[in-house]
Design a protein around this ligand. Structure first.
Ligand code: HAM
Length: 445
């Protein structure tokens, strides 16, 4: 078969195809936006490394049962919001709606309990919840999570809250409030639940439809209903803090003392219960403050202690505590808090050298030269798609490089290269063998 001649035109597609759009509630993160993500990740790394957290990745796809047992059957997440499907092998799978059950599975499955405890892990990645998309609420969103497994000390609860606060503070944010509560343990929460159900049942007529359902399935969730009429009922409801057993009470007292000593501002909120089933003792959320008022709508983060979850998922008795920050929501308020952090946003890193090529022979030699520069740790950029020297020199001054290396056909043939000082415009001819030593001298490396 002969090759098509250059002059033969490609036939045009007759029908213009309809572009495919992204799935509802999912978002593209484009390069300019990525500057915020990189900035946030750099601060996260800086803060968590102080406390010796190590990075972990677990799969986005897990068995549906992991979330049914872990996140909890009665939660909105499991009842209404999971992206679940049966695969071709008949397995019930779900996109993870949150990260904690996957971490607990990985902890037991990989024998991390035999390591010195606690095991401190952090991870950043996508989560999927089929909620109604609106401002600040997406179907795919990203979280930074930290998890501490294998120790029950209250200082670790305070450490986790401290890390969440410090990351936001280092980002330059001020319009947020930390809400803290204790939801007790299996023992004391059971007693409290009975009291709460008695109270709510006698006020059932005043509750919204959702809370009437919650009263049966998950009465604690009534406490954070946003409905005004439910709020009136809740204001008079018994408070969990008054029903904590001695151990939970003392644990909580210690957590608050650590927060006080570290001067972390927080608000004691006896109605805070969180939307996931596994929390024990400390529970906290970080609420944005708008117009002077903190609101649970679009919370920036949340977490708490989950001392039973490892056992619930088939592992050994292992106390644990953790938290997650919602990356999109944090970046949203970073943008809103006028200018803060903007000066620190990391843009494209500056390079020292630009390689300019003229003609086909030089273009063919260019990647080999770039390879040599990379191997010698010289930061180089290129514009291989360009032809004219003028436009390549323009790119070089736009990028702010110190030197340009100019390679044409003559230079390829006699193994030389031109080096141009971008500030003075002075050019010299070099042997290609001396490129690295000359650049190191000029760049003082
Ligand atoms: P969560 O409170 O369900 O906790 O989620 C944590 C954060 O993820 C929220 O505060 C919010 O910033 C963000 N987020 C949640 N849903 C959405 C959404 N639909 N769109 C945008 N952002 C959202 C957990 O997921 C727990 N696993 C945290 C944890 C870790 N607890 C212990 N360890």
């Amino acid at each position: 078969m002969g090759r098509p001649k250059k002059s033969v035109k490609m036939p045009r597609l007759r029908v213009r195809k309809k572009p495919i759009q992204r799935v509802r509630g999912m978002h593209d993160v484009l390069p300019p936006e990525m500057n915020y993500w990189n900035y946030l990740e750099e601060i996260v790394r800086e803060v968590v490394s102080v406390f010796s957290f190590q990075k972990i990745e677990t799969p986005i796809l897990e068995q549906t049962e992991l979330f049914q047992r872990g996140t909890g059957e009665s939660t909105d997440i499991v009842q209404k919001e999971m992206f679940s499907f049966v695969d071709k092998g008949g397995n019930n799978l779900s996109l993870r709606p949150e990260g904690t059950p996957g971490i607990v599975r990985a902890y037991t499955e990989n024998g991390l309990h035999v390591l010195p405890q606690p095991v401190k892990l952090y991870y950043i990645g996508p989560m999927f919840r089929r909620e109604r998309p609106q401002s600040g609420r997406q179907r795919e969103f990203h979280q930074l999570n930290i998890e501490v497994l294998g120790n029950a000390k209250p200082v670790l609860d305070a450490e986790v809250i401290f890390i969440a606060w410090k990351i936001l503070e280092k980002l330059g944010l001020s319009k947020f409030e930390i809400q803290v509560n204790s939801v007790g343990c299996r023992l004391c929460r059971g007693q409290y639940k009975e009291m709460l159900v008695d109270f709510l049942s006698s006020n059932k007529q005043r509750l919204c439809v959702d809370c009437k359902r919650r009263l049966k399935n998950n009465p604690l969730r009534v406490l954070d209903c946003k409905n005004r009429r439910c709020q009136d009922v809740i204001n008079d409801a018994p408070q969990i803090i008054d029903y904590l057993c001695e151990e939970c009470h003392d644990h909580f007292k210690d957590v608050l003392e650590y927060l006080d000593e570290s001067k972390i501002p927080y608000n004691l909120n006896s109605k805070l219960v969180r939307g996931l089933d596994y929390y024990t003792k400390t529970a906290f959320e970080i609420w944005p403050v708008e117009g002077g008022e903190a609101s649970s709508q679009n919370s920036l983060g949340g977490g708490g202690r989950y001392d039973d979850l490892v056992e619930i998922l088939g592992g050994r008795e292992t106390p644990a505590v953790g938290m997650a920050l919602g990356i999109e929501r944090v970046i949203d308020i970073l943008k809103k808090e006028e200018g803060k952090g903007k000066d620190k946003l990391i843009t494209v890193p500056k390079s020292d050298v630009m390689l300019i090529q003229l003609g086909d022979m030089a273009r063919k030699r260019a990647l080999g030269l770039i390879n040599l520069l990379i191997d010698n740790k010289i930061s180089v950029i290129e514009c291989l798609q360009k032809d004219s020297i003028r436009s390549q020199l323009k790119s070089a001054s736009g990028a702010g490089v110190k030197c340009a290396l100019i390679l044409g056909q003559k230079e390829v043939l006699d193994k030389s290269i031109l080096i141009r000082d971008m500030e003075s415009g002075i050019q010299e001819v070099l042997s290609q063998d001396n490129i690295i030593s000359e650049l190191k001298k000029r760049l003082r490396k």
